[in-house]
Design a protein around this ligand. Structure first.
Ligand SMILES: [Zn+2]
Ligand SMILES: [Zn+2]
Ligand SMILES: [Zn+2]
Length: 138
């Protein structure tokens, strides 16, 4: 074995390990968190919002848990809901129920009702309820 091929072998080992680590990290991010609520389906529709497009869940500021909607939170959680303040606009709080991609508040407000990861359409009506989840400018 030449020195060069030895080096190459070592290098490809390192790359493979890095790839493996990346894949593990990727899976962790993509793992769907538990979404709470009333009659939540696998794509996070619920008893209150169950159209084709009602596929987002939102992490509530008060308990840091994902709920299918604000009504779900108010039915299930035994505490007052809190909205995310302006200073938390870069928190990952919106979950796409189709691909499990998480969006920050800013990303959600700019995504034009479409998941930036899988392209699934979100209910454009949801953004009218943004004030139930995020602090918004009047
Ligand atoms: Zn809560
Ligand atoms: Zn609900
Ligand atoms: Zn998606």
């Amino acid at each position: 074995m030449t020195a060069l091929s030895k080096r190459y072998k070592q290098w490809s080992k390192t790359v493979k390990r890095a790839e493996r680590l990346t894949v593990v990290g990727y899976n962790r991010v993509m793992q769907k968190p538990t979404v709470y609520g009333t009659r939540v389906d696998p794509q996070t529709r619920c008893a209150h919002y169950s159209s084709e497009l009602d596929i987002i869940a939102i992490k509530m500021a008060c308990c840091q848990q994902f709920y299918a909607c604000r009504e779900c939170h108010d039915e299930v959680a035994r505490h007052e809901a809190m909205v995310w303040p302006m200073t938390k606009r870069t928190e990952l709080v919106v979950l796409c129920g189709v691909c499990a991609h998480q969006l920050t508040i800013n990303e959600y407000l700019l995504c034009e009702s479409r998941c930036p990861q899988c392209g699934s359409g979100f209910n454009p009506g949801c953004s009218k309820h943004a004030h139930l989840y995020f602090e918004v400018t009047p």
